[in-house]
Design a protein around this ligand. Sequence first.
Ligand code: HEC
Length: 372
Amino acid sequence: MERILEPETLNQNSGNVVKTKAPATHLRRYTWLLLIAWTVVVLIFLAGTLYQENQAGLMIARAEARSHIEQIVLYRQWNSLHQGVYVRVDEHTPPNPYLAALPERDLRTPSGKKLTLINPAYMTRQLYELAQRQNKVEGRIISLKPLRPENTPDFWEKKALEALERGAPEFSAVEHMPDQDYLRLIQPLIIDQSCLQCHASQGYKVGDIGGGISVAVPLEPLRAVTGKHMSMIWISYGFFWLLGLVCIVLGSFHLGKGLKQQRRTETDLQEAKQTLEAYIKASPLAIMTLDTQGCVRLWNPAAESIFGWRASEVVGQPPPFLPEDPSPEFQDLYSRGLRGEPVRGGGGASTATARSWISAFPCPLSTAPRRN
Ligand code: HEC
């Protein structure tokens, strides 16, 4: 009883109960916040995974470009080691005007067929024309000081060649073209001994960067393959997100139900407390409650008129009418009562007991009101 009946509330006309709307509104707000946070977290992870997937795709494209360049460079070296190779002249393979200075550029077989010298750059060009016709990787060779004007680098290639000159092993980027996206990659073409026969006049030495080989890998076919994987990622993240969503909503629903139940219990308690307070207030009997420390917690109006002390004088103090020398039975009842045991009985004063028996209880004694 002492827990329910606060002395302050006894004198108040405490009609209204706790603010009823607050917990529900809070819960709703927290649920929304949680939902937003969950969505943001899932989106961040999704973005991270998609980014990684995209990077993995680009890595594949880069590897494709590299292996492609490797092959072309090998063919070029083979060609260069032979100081060019002779092939038959036809409409696709006219003699190379940039080799016109060579005395043996064009030959004739004993049967009269025309042969012409194919240098590595010419061969590369023809290989790429072939590849382009088959809709494969596009490529060409370029140089910052080209013999053939068509081998002048475009803006991006120029930037890349300059980076290569500064020592970068390769240069790559994704370029958005009108038809589709491409991975562009450039590797340097290093001048070796075999190149000098035709390139020494440009001032190159062995080890110089004579230019670069520039390829563009179309990303569409690769994306068609990774697309399936991407949609799997979207689906599994979507599922994961939904699962979290359902858990949050269900959790919030249950919590809301619990809160409602709790609020109902609180209201019931409050009502019970008010009823009890009303009874105590109206009671013709003097009613007093003590806390475990022995301090008065409640002092009803009847107690005020019967004993003469006002509630404000007694609350928080030891009870004013305790006998100075209580009998041992009274002391026993008193202490058991304070421990919360239900006790019944009374007791008179005893001469044998010490006056300070009440100091065994921690309620401050010094200010206890005493009537003289
Ligand atoms: C048989 C002669 C010959 C040999 C050997 C040769 N080149 Fe060339 N190269 C040329 C000619 C001619 C051109 C320019 C016209 C063209 O595209 O055919 C050229 C073009 C180039 C280009 C493109 C830029 C430009 O100047 O137009 C690069 C880069 C290049 N060569 C690098 C090399 C490297 C590196 C080697 C050695 C592995 C090499 N070449 C060996 C004759 C040769």
